[in-house]
Design a protein around this ligand. Sequence first.
Ligand code: AMP
Ligand code: ZN
Ligand code: FE
Ligand code: FE
Length: 265
Amino acid sequence: MIDLHTHTTASDGVLTPIELIKLARKQGLKAISITDHDTVKGIIKTELIEVVPGVEISTTDKREEVHILGYYIDTKNKQLLEKLEYLKKKRLTRADEMLKKLRSKGITLKKEEIEYKESIGRPNIARALITKGHAKTIKEAFNKYLGTKGTAYVEKKKLGYEQAIKTIKQAGGIPFLAHPGEIKTNNIKEYLDRAVKKGVKGIEVIHPSNNKEMRELLKNYCKKNKLLISGGSDYHGKGRKNKLAKNIPYSYLEKIKELKKEQQE
Ligand code: AMP
Ligand code: ZN
Ligand code: FE
Ligand code: FE
């Protein structure tokens, strides 16, 4: 079994890459993909388990935020690293703006009090708010301050939808549409067609936000459109309800690897 969607301390996960890998091994997983938000710095090589280099890029096409997963990216690719460096900087200035907003609400939180390594996200700020006693749970921190309706919310800078897919492809990666179940639309077909048109090669069919009905729909869509299938837990560590995946077959990864191999030939 495998898990192709996980986060580490390189972005907004709680476990370090090696802690995550050890946990995955303990749970009997054969392979995981480390797919941190907008960074590849959490990807490590290890003998313990098969690690698929991945990334989850937040994109927009001015209509909505769309997450794109990239598998088997070359983590040294110059264009990719340039884009990710740009996003990292933008995340830092956004965090500053959010701290400023919090301050105007009487909440003092210093950057040094936030635990982050590469890609700072709202969950990192949420945890610091909890530590300092301004919220009891991540959920409360989002509801009050960090969520889109929260008082300290600042939108983040995202790559363009097509630009992100192009960047992943340039880096030798295989782009997937992440968690379609998270999108609020009454025309899922149009949403998927758009992703295919933009160049994704597969869809994340198994994800906690895709319900059974959605998974069936996505599986059929993939079959009909000759798309690859992936699945993952979107694991972030303690404080979130998602656990590492248990039921995602290795055969999904085999198909992804076949395409990667074809691309290299
Ligand atoms: P960011 O990339 O900084 O916008 O943060 C996105 C992260 O925040 C993702 O990992 C989401 O799963 C998480 N997130 C978004 N909304 C919420 C929420 N209401 N409660 C908990 N986590 C959330
Ligand atoms: Zn996250
Ligand atoms: Fe996501
Ligand atoms: Fe994720």
